[in-house]
Each structure stands twice: as structure tokens, then as C-alpha cells.
Design a protein around this ligand. Structure first.
Ligand code: GAR
Length: 197
């Protein structure tokens, strides 16, 4: 069987990238072939180095006004694109080149607390501010709008009246690390089924 290739887009610390890299480290059938980032200072770059995964940095102009990233990913024969703390909207041509092959993780229960500007701590602050009694994670396919693609998986955690945004963030991160690698694997296996049809 051909090795499946994953590429990951990340802008931040990269803790989810690390969990995904750990999960697939012993797998001969799956390779994380590249990490793409818009942030030269992102913690994910050091983590990628530790796992010997190449990193490609790009800027806003290169991402939105050229097709360099899309054509590179097409040339590389990428099977699945994983967003793990990537904060920019995916350009339309990139989404269209990889239908149902881009997955994102969002740190709340979509459709609540999604959309432009809803990322990282802003999400948890909004959840606490709204007096929610639960939060969680949503793993979904990516379409042309922020956080609106088809939901693949959700998991919840309680929000206690005494929880602040940091407390919610910690609970949500536990869920992300527990589930994202496994769900990415499941999406990959489903791609294999589609190939066999
Ligand atoms: C994660 O909580 C992820 O859900 C969130 O960024 C964090 C990245 O953490 N993504 C978004 O908010 C996207 N809208 P990490 O860099 O430690 O993996």
C-alpha cells in the first residue's frame, strides 16, 4: 500500500502537532511530510525539528496572492491536510483543490463560538462570558468559511461556575490531545476506502 502523506498547518505552540507526530511515529503507512506555518516565531517550528519534519514558512502575500502553496501540495501528492492551531482562512483555490481533505480542530462546540476572530483564548473567554455549562472540541472538514465545514467529531467537557478561561483551555486541550490524532487517523482510513471503491 502507498504511504499516506499528511501535511499540517500550524501558527502557534504546536502541542497538537506534537501529539499527532507522536501518534504516527511508529507507523510505516503514514508520514507527516511537511509542516507549514505563517509564523517564523511559532513554537511548532522547534517541535517539528525534534521530530525531523521539514517546515515551510510563507507570508500573507505568498499564501493569498499566489498558488505556490496549493501547487506544492498537489505536486507532493498530499492525502490529508490537517490544521492544528492555524489562524488564517484557507484560500478558496486551496480548499477547492482538496475537497473533504482538509480537517481543522476548533476549541469549542461549533456552531457556537466559531467564526473570524474566534481562536485560542478568545474562544474560552467568550464561553466563560456567556455562562456556558459545557465546552469542548469540534473536528470538522474545512470549507471556504471559517469553522463552517461538516462536523466529523465533537467531545465535551463541563464548565464549572468557578472556571476561568485558563481552566476551560486546560480541559479543552486534554480533549484535543486525546482525540485529534485518532480522528485524523480515522479520516485517513476512510480516504483509503474511497480509493478502493
Ligand atoms: C488549539 O486549541 C486549537 O484548537 C486552536 O488553537 C490551539 C492551538 O494549540 N485553534 C483555533 O482556535 C482555530 N480557530 P497548539 O498550537 O498547542 O496545538
Amino acid at each position: 500500500m502507498r504511504k499516506r502523506s499528511i501535511v499540517i498547518f500550524a501558527s502557534g505552540s504546536g502541542s497538537n502537532v506534537e501529539k499527532i507526530a507522536e501518534y504516527f511515529a511508529d507507523r510505516s503507512d503514514v508520514e507527516i511530510s511537511l509542516i507549514l506555518s505563517n509564523n517564523p516565531k511559532a513554537g511548532v517550528i522547534e517541535r517539528a525539528r525534534r521530530y525531523h519534519i521539514p517546515v515551510l514558512l510563507f507570508d500573507r502575500t505568498g499564501f493569498y496572492q499566489t498558488d505556490q502553496v496549493t501547487s506544492l501540495l498537489q505536486k507532493q501528492g498530499v492525502d490529508l491536510i490537517v490544521l492544528a492551531g492555524f489562524m488564517w482562512l484557507m484560500p478558496v483555490p486551496l480548499v477547492q483543490a482538496f475537497p473533504n481533505r482538509i480537517v481543522n480542530i476548533h476549541p469549542a462546540l461549533l456552531p457556537k463560538f466559531g467564526g473570524k476572530g474566534m481562536y485560542g483564548h478568545f474562544v474560552h473567554e467568550a464561553v466563560v462570558g456567556a455562562g456556558e455549562t459545557e465546552s469542548g472540541i469540534t473536528i470538522h472538514f474545512v470549507n471556504e468559511q471559517y469553522d463552517e465545514g461538516q462536523v466529523i467529531f465533537q467531545a465535551t467537557c463541563p464548565v464549572e461556575p468557578t472556571d476561568d478561561a485558563e481552566a476551560v483551555a486546560r480541559k479543552v486541550q486534554v480533549l484535543e490531545h486525546r482525540h485529534y490524532p485518532r480522528v485524523v487517523d480515522e479520516v485517513l482510513q476512510r480516504l483509503d476506502l474511497q480509493y478502493e471503491l
